[in-house]
Ligand binder design. Sequence first.
Ligand code: C5P
Length: 406
Amino acid sequence: MSNAGDLSGRFIVVGVSGGIAAYKAVEVCRQLVDAGAHVAPIMTPDAERFIGKTTLSALCSEPVHTSLWDDASPIPHTRLGQRADLIVVAPATARVIAAYAAGMSDDLLTATLIATVAPVVVCPAMHTEMWEHPAVQHNISTLRSRGVHIVDPEDGRLAGGDIGRGRLAAPESIVAAVRRVLAPTQSKLAGRHVVVSAGGTREPIDAVRVIANRSSGKQGHAIAVEASRRGASVTLVTTADFTPVSGVRVVCVETAAEMKSAIDAAATSADVVIMTAAVADFRPVPIAEGKWKKEDGVPPIVLEPTPDILAGLGAAKRPGQVLVGFAAETSNLVENAKGKLARKNLDIVVANDVSQPKVGFGHDTNAVTIVTKSATHNVPLADKHTVAAHVLDSVEQSLHPTQEHP
Ligand code: C5P
């Protein structure tokens, strides 16, 4: 099937930074122009060491922009940032990725990235050692958590003859990602209210000490970002720091009791509730008003059960509401998940085997089994944003079509 003209009327800024893969940006621009888009190219000063300005100017819909200062319009970054329907950065070097993640605007490309509210697609390209450096991975993860789309680099031949991960994705893959991001949202979540809990609760022992757990909140935050990207209005009830994202209302809590009252309040209008949080099952009975002193001896800590938030929601579930629970297990994953599904009156249980490497608490990656009443679906080890997309695909399948908004 031909895609000719399917991007007509779209204003796309293509940012090219200084890597050997800059030559592939020429092909990306050409394919976008062929699809009918208006393509405005930006080059960083180092990109000019790899390809000529004339090439991009000749192929694109307007001459290449290179500087904050010598453009015909006095503030090119805001003009380009505001007009853009989408910005794609290909190739994105470690420097551009770091500047964007840190909010630094030291050239026209990074200034434009910070001056836009349009969706952004970042296509990294660099040597394997650089791609795998913790600083680069941290910056990529920061960008993902803000809703930036990343087109992962591929394995293959790199500059200087080395072979490994880091090669810019093929122009066809980059253009396909642009099309996916610009496609009108077909999501059943558009216009719905999705409530997500995240993080581990902290239950006070006295005024300074708590009982906590190892949950980082990363999986819940990734689900909130993805739900917002699909057009849902999201309430995120979290115990962990969360970088603000448009479309996500954040309620910060600490204890299971605070989480329960925030979730219960939000759930009255929720179409979907996803309890990703690791809620304490037990909390200490208060032992002191202030701090329990060392001189007072070993504290007499007695635990009492916390309310099960999700079971409460399950008991009061409205027709059409979808409830999702998480289950951190170390054995009998599917069997335990099915038990939880029935016991708490849930629609979906997302089970992870936290005894496996790189799975669950604290990691940027996860591997899960999604269990519904009628099916189980394995999601192999992937970053938590990919896992979030699978969980929400499953939620969309559970949303009853008759409940759809117009
Ligand atoms: O039965 P279990 O506690 O393992 O169930 C885990 C699921 O229940 C998670 O989704 C968790 O967020 C939720 N939960 C809850 N309230 C609790 C304990 C767990 O909502 N007190």
